[in-house]
Ligand binder design. Structure first.
Ligand code: ARG
Length: 577
């Protein structure tokens, strides 16, 4: 592992155990960057309190037992009991060379690669994707990419809402419009209008409502002409979703669609299994499971309805079938659901039922990657002025248009084709990064000016930092000295090097927590360390050829890490901006 923090942590833990015994094996060495050395370990404070000893004495005992030969060149006790650690230059240079080697950038394949299902996007057929679907799509894609980069086998699953009672009314509306006209409307993404018209007729026209109900019965009964209409409806809307994915630069493809209807044939068996295990019972005419630990008002057990009174199956049944399929048939060990926080209880009940049924058992686990809402400037739900879901293709159009202005202002010399390409990358990148960079569980405010700013923790800032480094090489007409040795004299060089070495560990952290904002925060800090380095350390006009090569190698590695990091977030890093 390239990150020195790992090696230092291990050595410090061993020293703590050697000095104070096994019962302190779990002590956090509490390593931080330091102004006086490369790192400081603060463990002696907490340990001193626990042992009732002065922290300086504790620090001295740790240092006496500490073996960091080959890693550190200096170990000192400072202040009330900080252990200051300065890395050995040769060690650092070696780790950096290792990081740069073969373009791995310090990304180590997972020791135990897993099969991970990532359930994300999940829009509903014949309905506009709302911002929640946008968030799921962006966050899920970043998570899938990071897990894959670490060597896990990722199975993307797009749990499309393509079944259920609304399809009766949607099919009838399709027939009213004429099949081809309806198909056209859907494929260009006029989903809001289509759904609303159908809904209005359903609510206002009893004859239409009746036809719709009959249509649902035929659909569920497997009536072939009805199924053909349904298929067309679904196909046209998935075509629109695919177009949005392409524009967004999202890795989801047609092969990843496993909508609710996919599970239809499995539902009777799922029910039979739950009943057979004594988990499902009749309640008010419906068949329900009551997973332990979920209660409603007045402590009554909460039901998860697996078969409705009318004999139909709903969203919970489908999700139960999906869990079972993913574990049993796809062989997943980790199930990741990137779904809004509003569905927390639903998913928790599905997971609990899957555990009670014995489908979900360690080491397999299921995780809900929940996220908050997107708010408008007024701090209310992000909507169009008329109160509709924002149409995603309009949103992306606006992003690119706004980015185009910003990009032209920043660099009027870019030719038109390059400027267009950069504007596309910046516009889409800004929208994605704004979403990914905030702690996902919190709501965030959608703010065009902030996400498109070239300052702060934004996509344009990082993309520009990357392009600026590339331009150093272009202007000087030098190739990247990939693999050149580095010599770290200046503090700013060291700080940049230490930052570069963290990349692999940051990705592991993202894979463990499923929190992409940690990667954003890292890239932002890396760009900051680079700026400081570039201000303080002349690169092309360095004092010696050796220093120049070393600094160019640091520049190159920084650009590589920025581009790779952005890439894992699903954001392009143009060579020039
Ligand atoms: N279609 C659902 C919705 O719009 C999201 C699906 C999430 N995934 C799942 N396995 N339930 O709310």
């Amino acid at each position: 592992m390239a990150d020195p923090v790992h090696a230092l942590s291990r050595a410090l833990k061993a020293a703590i155990v050697a000095a104070f015994g096994d019962e302190h094996a779990a002590t956090d060495p509490s390593l931080r960057r330091s102004n006086h050395a490369d790192y400081q370990a603060n463990a002696a404070m907490a340990l001193g309190k626990r042992l009732g000893k002065p922290p300086r004495e504790v620090a001295a005992a740790i240092v006496a037992a500490l073996d960091v030969s080959g890693i550190c060149r200096k170990v000192e006790i400072a202040g009330p009991g900080f252990v200051n650690l300065t890395l050995d230059d040769a060690y650092l240079a070696r780790e950096l060379a290792d990081t740069a080697q073969g373009g791995r950038l310090g990304i180590a394949p997972a020791a135990r690669p897993e099969t991970v299902v990532v359930d994300y996007s999940g829009p509903n057929a014949a309905k506009e994707m709302h911002v929640g679907h946008l968030r799921s799509t962006i966050i899920g894609d970043a998570i899938a990419r990071v897990l894959e980069a670490l060597g896990h086998r990722v199975i993307r699953q797009n749990h499309l809402g393509d079944w259920g009672t609304p399809f009766g009314m949607l099919i009838e509306h399709m027939l009213d419009l004429g099949e081809d006209a309806a198909a056209k409307e859907l494929s260009v993404g006029d989903l809001n209008a289509f759904y609303k018209q159908a809904r209005a007729k359903f609510d206002g026209d009893p004859a239409f409502a009746e036809r719709s109900r009959l249509r649902v019965v035929r659909l569920q009964g497997g009536d072939e002409p009805t199924l053909a209409l349904w298929r067309r409806l679904v196909r046209e809307s998935t075509r629109y979703f695919e177009a949005v994915y392409r524009r967004l630069g999202v890795t989801l493809t047609e092969a990843d669609f496993a909508g609710e209807s996919f599970y239809n044939p499995m539902l009777p068996d799922v029910i039979a299994e739950l009943s057979g295990k004594g988990l499902a019972r009749e309640s008010e005419g419906a068949l329900c499971v009551f997973p332990a630990g979920f209660t409603g008002k007045g402590d009554e057990p909460l039901p998860l309805i697996v078969r409705k009174q009318d004999g139909g199956y709903g969203y919970p049944t489908t999700d139960l079938a999906a869990v079972r399929h993913r574990l049993r048939t796809l062989g997943a060990e980790r199930l990741v659901y990137v779904v809004g926080a509003t569905q927390s209880q639903h998913l928790a009940m599905v997971f609990a039922t899957a555990r009670e049924a014995g489908w979900l058992a360690p080491p397999a686990r299921a995780e809900h990657v929940a996220f908050g809402s997107v708010l408008g400037a007024d701090k209310k739900m992000f909507k169009t002025r008329s109160g509709d879901s924002v149409k995603l293709s309009d949103l992306l159009d606006e992003a690119v248009e706004r980015a185009s202005k910003v990009v032209r202002e920043k660099n009027p010399e870019l030719d038109a084709a390059a400027a267009d390409a950069v504007a596309r990358a910046v516009g889409v990148g800004a929208v994605k990064y704004a979403d990914l960079s905030s702690d996902r569980i919190k709501d965030y405010v959608f703010d065009w000016d902030r996400m498109l700013a070239f300052e702060g923790n934004t996509a344009p800032y990082l993309m520009y930092a990357h392009a600026r480094i590339r331009s150093i090489f272009r202007k000087a007409g030098v190739a990247s000295p990939r693999g050149a040795g580095v010599a770290l004299g200046e503090p700013a060089e060291r700080a940049l090097a230490l930052e570069l070495l963290r990349f692999g560990a940051v990705l592991e952290d993202v894979a463990a927590t499923l929190e992409p904002h940690r990667l954003c925060g890292y890239l932002f800090e890396l760009a900051g360390s680079f700026t400081t380095f570039y201000e303080r350390c002349p690169v092309l006009r360095a004092d010696s050829e050796e220093v120049r090569r070393s600094r160019l190698a640091l520049c190159d590695l920084t650009a590589e890490v920025l581009a790779k990091g952005l890439g894992l977030l699903g954001i392009e890093a143009p060579e020039r901006m």
